[in-house]
Design a protein around this ligand. Structure first.
Ligand code: CP
Length: 315
């Protein structure tokens, strides 16, 4: 039986398949807590967890905070705009000052790729990447894979299609890394202007048409069209995007009977998917959100364990 040895969770590149399975097993043991009347266990009593978010978030921040609270940790939220970063302090100095208060775990979301890695390399507190730039969103990919495993009993051998703005998506990058490690086949599909150059080198297939992809896959993961980036004219129009790439009930008629529709949120209804698909029988979008708490409880627990035992960190 392998043992958890990671002090930080920055990128799924750092985890083995066994590490990911360990997170899933731990999530299995915590998920029941979330259905109790009193949703609390003493596992992390006395631990301090800080969410330090420099970008908007609903799911990730609330889910980590609830996960920490349900494990009885003390939690604090800091936003970039309410911190002393506005007075010129660097993020590393901010993290080191928080660490000087004996904080155990710091969950960081930042628009600049690589910030969580810099903090992990320089801090004693455990660093959890809550999403950095276009690079990685490891807890999202873990909860996505956990939801797939819950539905199919496996990930190995499944075919997962990811549709949309792959270029700007940290969710897509982390899912590609994680799903390939777990033995899935991954295909991507979307406008050429929103496809990273050399995407095939990630180990994925590129499929030109969403209608061709829908027929083949067990899971269809739709990405948010990041409208805030469209000033740069990646697309002729949002309407055109919806017509060519959006998934509606008509398009889904060609899909396998058991296809899962996933979306990391927030969704743009009527753009990347229609309302009836978002709310339909194939959609597991809200299951992803529910599973996110169990996955984040597992992450907080495992990172705390290694800190308590003083194990040598590999990352
Ligand atoms: N999926 C996701 O990261 O959502 P939030 O931006 O609301 O955290």
């Amino acid at each position: 039986m392998s043992k958890w040895t990671h002090r930080h969770l920055v990128d799924l590149h750092d985890l083995s398949r066994e590490d990911i399975e360990m997170i899933f097993e731990s999530a299995n043991s915590f998920r029941e807590v979330n259905t109790r009347d009193v949703k609390k266990v003493p596992t992390l009593r006395g631990k301090s967890v800080i969410c330090l978010f420099f970008e908007p978030s609903t799911r990730t921040r609330v889910s980590f905070e609830l996960a920490a609270k349900r494990l009885s940790a003390d939690t604090i939220n800091i936003s970039g705009s309410s911190s002393s970063l506005t007075k010129g302090e660097t993020i590393l100095d901010t993290a080191k000052n928080l660490e000087a208060m004996n904080v155990d775990l710091l969950i960081v979301r930042h628009p600049v790729a690589g910030i969580p890695r810099v903090l992990a390399d320089n801090c004693k507190a455990g660093i959890i990447n809550g999403g950095d730039g276009m690079r990685a969103h490891p807890s999202q990919a873990l909860l996505d894979m956990y939801t797939i495993q819950e539905r199919f009993g496996k990930i190995d051998g499944l075919h997962v299609g990811i549709v949309g703005d792959i270029l700007h998506s940290r969710v897509a990058r982390s899912n590609i890394v994680g799903l390939l490690k777990m033995g899935a086949k991954v295909s991507v599909c979307g406008p050429a202007t929103l496809m990273p150059p050399g995407i095939e080198s990630y180990g994925v297939d590129v499929v030109e048409s969403v209608d061709d992809l829908i027929k083949e896959v067990d899971v269809l993961m739709l990405l948010r069209l990041q409208k805030e980036r469209q000033k740069q004219k990646y697309l002729a129009s949002v309407n055109e995007y919806s017509t060519v790439w959006g998934v509606n009930e008509k398009r889904l008629e060609a899909a396998k009977k058991e296809i899962l529709i996933m979306h990391p949120g927030p969704t743009n209804r009527g753009v990347e998917l229609s309302g009836d698909v978002a709310d339909g029988g194939h959609s597991v979008i809200l299951n992803q959100v529910t599973n996110g708490i169990a996955i984040r409880m597992a992450i907080l627990y495992l990172l705390s364990t290694v800190r308590d035992e003083g194990l040598v960190s590999t990352q």
